[in-house]
Structures are given as structure tokens and as C-alpha cells.
Design a protein. Structure first.
Length: 556
């Protein structure tokens, strides 16, 4: 049953808990401010839309989500997707895609798919996250170096060719601002982890840019105000115009937003669980994320999800309940209403520096290098997803990555199954035996015993058929032992049927031994027993051998 985490946290809520939530909420709100502005601009929208997203989505995710300490808002993972949707469908298309993604996320939660989404292979998650990080990094070079480029190509390779061709146009003062912001963000946490480095970087570089402009006559440092007109008014709710044609065209981008939002929010909640020793409700979290993405675009916002960095900031500063997330949204709202006009003086190079650090943290270099030391199948999935994310887009990367991971998983499963020919049967290893023998059973010359170990699906089925039909010798009876077969699929049934039909044509009887109840039910439902007769199905090897000896004697 859907029940937001906030309701259970309010039981027994006291002044001490509120004080901890208040302090954490204020700090997280301050930390979230520069990130919201940077993510908004990098996504191709105005800076206030980034803050509106952090306010509305942050509030709704905390109120309706399934985690105690999750902080929601715009994140770097969505930058490339949002930018691509705006280029192709415009801002109205982005709003519709976000609304649809909200509906999908709510459906994921209602259908209890929260745990299923967590089974997406880890190399895929690392691959597309690292790919997004590299792509974000590449989009910030123009602003970081102050390159004079009218239109930066969207293609990754063309983008870097364009940068190299225009490297002579870089502005040295802009580079100084970018480097100063980087140094502050990287070095300040070593002095104090509670002071938000990105906010200090914005304050210092903004003052530095104003001083350079006022006293040194430097006019080349581009600021937010040079590119955007800043508004501090909260917009009213507005439903975008919907049409069936538009909805059909935006299904794939909306699903991509929903899948990425689900993965990132559940990963963030799982990381938070490990730190605070709690357990989030994944389905309720998806419903909360869906509500947030359903409402946020009505106010001009962009897609949002749980943010790991802000969630960890919340935990590290004492946040206990979703009330901290609500306070963080209120702090952002107050900043938006009363201080937003000051944002026009922030240098674009500083925001580029913020996003460079974000992309580095997203890249997860240790995790990436760790997977490269894993089996080749994991390395293949990682690299394919990584390069497809960079060169094409995230949708293709996830789709191809999942398909490759599934194929490699099926190959691994097939490799775990094998078929062996047995000349004698050791009693000590016999799990389905009710035998009076002391040590082992000898297999007569005119009887062949084959043992299938592992799932009998298409890979193992083909292998079994090949093993059992390659011998020149024709026994009187074939015993197929299936005590270690946990399940069988339609391809396995087909291969087993082929073995029985081929054996029958050669005058060879087939006896099955040790079929477990689940496999027995599947074979019975598929009318397999019509091929060999139900009396040829034996519960253990003793009975199977006696049956085989009797059939061989009849032929003699």
C-alpha cells in the first residue's frame, strides 16, 4: 500500500529532530542553489527554471517519496537528454515529455517495478553515467575558456573539432575565473566539508569579475546576465498543449527520462540507506518521483530525480526526516524571490567550473577501472554503453547495453549447463537414489546414461542434442538423468523431443530419471510424454536402470 515516508517519520517527531532537519535543510538549500542554476543553463533553459525545478520537485519528492533523507531536484544525468529534446521538440516538447515521464514513474511504482529496475547490470549503470559525465565535461569548454563560437555542434566529435579550431579565440581572463572556481571547489572541502565550495566559488568569482570590470576595464568575462534575462517571479501553473501526434513522438524520450530518473533515484536512496542504516520503499519512491515530474513542468521546470550529492550533504549535516528536504525547498524559494536578480552577475566560466567538478564526480573513475579488471563480458557491456552514450545518445546506449548484457547472461547460463556420459554411477553422489548398492552401479554396455547438469534451456538443449547424437554406437536404451535440471523452457522441450524422435527412429528407447516436480509439470503440460510414455519417467536411477534393462532384454 502506498504510504509516503513523511507520514511515518512525523510520528513521535520532536523539537530535537526538527532542529537537526532545519540545520541540514538550510545547508542543503544553499548547496543546491549553484547546482540548480548550472544544471538549468547546461540543459538549455534559463537559470530560474533550474531553481524552480529544485523548489517544486524537491518539495514534492520529500513529501511523497519513500526515503527518509532523499533530496530531489535537477541533476547532471538529465542535461544531455533535456538538451536533445529541446533541440528537437522545443520547450513545450520537453514539458510534455516530462509529464509523460511522471506518469510512467507512477505506473512503475503502482506496478511494483521498483525492485526490477535495480536489476539493471552494474556495468550499464557505470557505462552510461561515465558517458554522461564525459559529455557534460565536453559541453563546458566554450564557457570555461571563453571561446568565441556562435553555435557549438551537438555531435561529440564535431564539438571537439570545433573547440580545437577555435582555441586561438580563448579569453585569458575567463580562463582565470574558471581556474579560480575550480581551485575553490576542489580545495575548500579539505579545510571544511560543511562550507559549500560551489557557493563560495560563485561569490568569490562574481566579486572578482565585477572588480576586473570596474577597475581593470575587463569586459570580456561573460555573465549570466549577458546571456539570459533574469526573473524572480514564480510562474503560474500552465498545462502544455497536447496532441496525439506529439505524445506518440515523445514516448521514447519520456521513457528514457523515466528510466534514468528511476535508476538514479533508487541508487541514491540505496546509498543513503547504507549510511543511515534505514530501508527505503522503492515503489513509494518511484511514485513520489512521478508526482514531482508530473507537477514540475506545469511551472516551467525540467525533469528531476534524487540527487546523490545533495542527499549525502543532507545526511552529513544531520538530516533525519523528509522535513529537511521540505526546508531545503523553502530556502531555495526565499533565495529565488529575494536574491535572484543578483544571479545576473555570476560568470559563466564559474558555472562551467562547477559542472566540470560535477562531471568528474559523476565519472566514477575507480568504479570504471574496477570493471575493466572484471570478466570480458562485463568489460564489453561497460565500453559499449560508454561509447554509445558519448557518440550517439543515452537511449540507444541503454537499449543496446541491456540487450548485450542479456545475451551475455544467457551465454553464461548456457555455459553453466553441461551434458556428461556416465559409465558408472557413484552411490555417494546420488541425490535421487533409494538404492541398496554400497559403492557404485555399473552401466551395462547396451545402455547409455547421460546426465544433464543445470537449466535445460536453449543453450543447454542444443548442447545435449549434439552430445547424444554424435556417437556412432547405437545402444538399446538411453537414460537421461535430469536430477540437476531446475527448469526447462520451450527450446529445451523441443531439443528433448528431437532426441527422443531421433532415438525412436534408430530403434533406441529413452528413459528419463530424476525429473523434479516443476520440470515434470512443464513436460506434462507440453504433452511430451506422448513421445515416450509416462512409464518411461522414473523417480530415481535404480528404477530407471531396471526399466532400461527390461527394455534391452525385450529387444534381445
Amino acid at each position: 500500500m502506498y504510504k509516503p515516508k513523511l507520514l511515518s517519520c512525523l510520528k513521535g517527531y520532536d523539537k530535537k529532530t526538527f532542529s537537526a532537519d532545519l540545520m541540514a535543510g538550510v545547508i542543503v538549500g544553499i548547496v543546491a542553489l549553484p547546482l540548480a542554476i548550472a544544471f538549468g543553463i547546461a540543459s538549455g533553459v534559463s537559470p530560474e527554471k533550474g531553481i524552480i525545478t529544485a523548489i517544486v520537485a524537491g518539495l514534492l519528492i520529500s513529501v511523497f517519496g519513500g526515503s527518509k533523507v532523499q533530496i530531489g531536484g535537477p541533476t547532471g544525468a538529465f542535461i544531455i537528454i533535456i538538451y536533445g529534446i529541446i533541440e528537437q521538440y522545443g520547450l513545450s516538447g520537453l514539458s510534455i515529455a516530462t509529464l509523460m515521464a511522471g506518469v510512467f514513474l507512477i505506473l512503475f511504482g503502482v506496478l511494483r517495478l521498483g525492485t526490477i529496475i535495480q536489476y539493471i547490470p552494474y556495468p550499464i549503470v557505470v557505462g552510461f553515467t561515465s558517458g554522461i559525465a564525459v559529455t557534460i565535461f565536453s559541453t563546458q569548454m566554450k564557457d570555461f575558456f571563453g571561446l568565441q563560437i556562435d553555435k557549438v555542434p551537438s555531435d561529440f566529435i564535431e564539438k571537439w573539432i570545433c573547440y580545437i579550431q577555435n582555441i586561438s579565440s580563448l579569453d585569458s581572463w575567463t580562463v582565470v575565473i574558471g581556474v579560480v572556481s575550480l581551485l575553490i571547489i576542489v580545495l575548500l572541502p579539505k579545510l571544511s566539508k560543511k562550507i559549500p565550495g560551489s557557493l563560495i566559488a560563485i561569490i568569490v568569482t562574481t566579486i572578482l569579475a565585477l572588480l576586473l570590470k570596474e577597475y581593470a576595464g575587463v569586459q570580456t568575462i561573460e555573465t549570466i546576465g549577458d546571456r539570459f534575462s533574469i526573473s524572480s517571479e514564480m510562474p503560474g501553473a500552465e498545462v502544455p498543449a497536447l496532441s496525439w501526434t506529439t505524445l506518440k513522438g515523445l514516448v521514447q524520450p519520456a521513457l528514457t527520462i523515466a528510466m534514468l530518473g528511476a535508476i538514479e533515484s533508487l541508487l541514491s536512496a540505496a546509498v543513503a540507506d547504507g549510511v543511515i542504516g534505514d530501508r527505503h520503499n522503492s515503489n513509494n519512491e518511484l511514485i513520489g518521483q512521478g508526482i514531482a515530474n508530473l507537477v514540475t513542468p506545469l511551472f516551467g521546470g525540467i525533469p528531476a530525480t534524487g540527487a546523490i550529492a545533495r542527499t549525502m550533504t543532507n545526511i552529513n549535516n544531520g538530516g533525519k526526516t523528509p522535513v529537511a528536504g521540505i526546508i531545503h525547498a523553502i530556502v531555495l524559494l526565499l533565495i529565488f524571490l529575494f536574491l535572484m536578480p543578483l544571479a545576473q552577475y555570476i560568470p559563466m566560466a564559474c558555472l562551467a567550473g562547477v559542472l566540470v567538478v560535477v562531471s568528474y564526480n559523476m565519472c566514477g573513475i575507480p568504479s570504471f577501472l574496477g570493471i575493466l579488471r572484471n570478466p570480458k563480458s562485463d568489460v564489453t557491456v561497460l565500453l559499449v554503453t560508454f561509447f554509445l552514450t558519448i557518440i550517439f545518445d543515452l537511449t540507444i546506449a541503454i537499449e543496446v547495453g541491456v540487450v548485450i548484457a542479456c545475451l551475455l547472461f544467457m551465454r553464461r547460463m548456457a555455459e553453466t549447463s553441461d551434458v556428461t556420459v556416465m559409465k558408472e554411477i557413484d552411490i555417494e553422489e546420488e541425490s535421487d537414489l533409494q538404492s541398496q548398492h554400497d559403492e557404485h552401479i555399473d552401466v551395462p554396455d547396451d545402455i547409455e546414461v547421460y546426465e544433464i547438469n543445470g537449466p535445460f534451456f536453449f543453450g543447454a538443449g542444443n548442447k545435449a542434442e549434439e552430445v547424444m547424437t554424435r556417437f556412432m554406437k547405437k545402444p538399446a536404451v538411453r537414460i537421461i538423468r535430469m536430477r540437476h535440471v531446475p527448469f526447462i523452457d520451450s527450446t529445451g522441450i523441443h531439443n528433448l523431443s528431437n532426441i527422443c524422435i531421433a532415438s525412436k527412429q534408430q530403434g533406441i528407447d529413452v528413459v528419463l530419471s530424476g525429473v523434479n516436480p516443476k520440470v515434470h509439470a512443464v513436460l506434462e503440460k507440453a504433452h511430451f510424454y506422448a513421445l515416450i510414455g509416462e512409464d518411461h519417467i522414473c523417480p530415481h536411477i535404480d528404477i530407471a536402470l531396471e526399466k532400461a534393462k527390461a527394455l534391452a532384454a525385450e529387444k534381445k
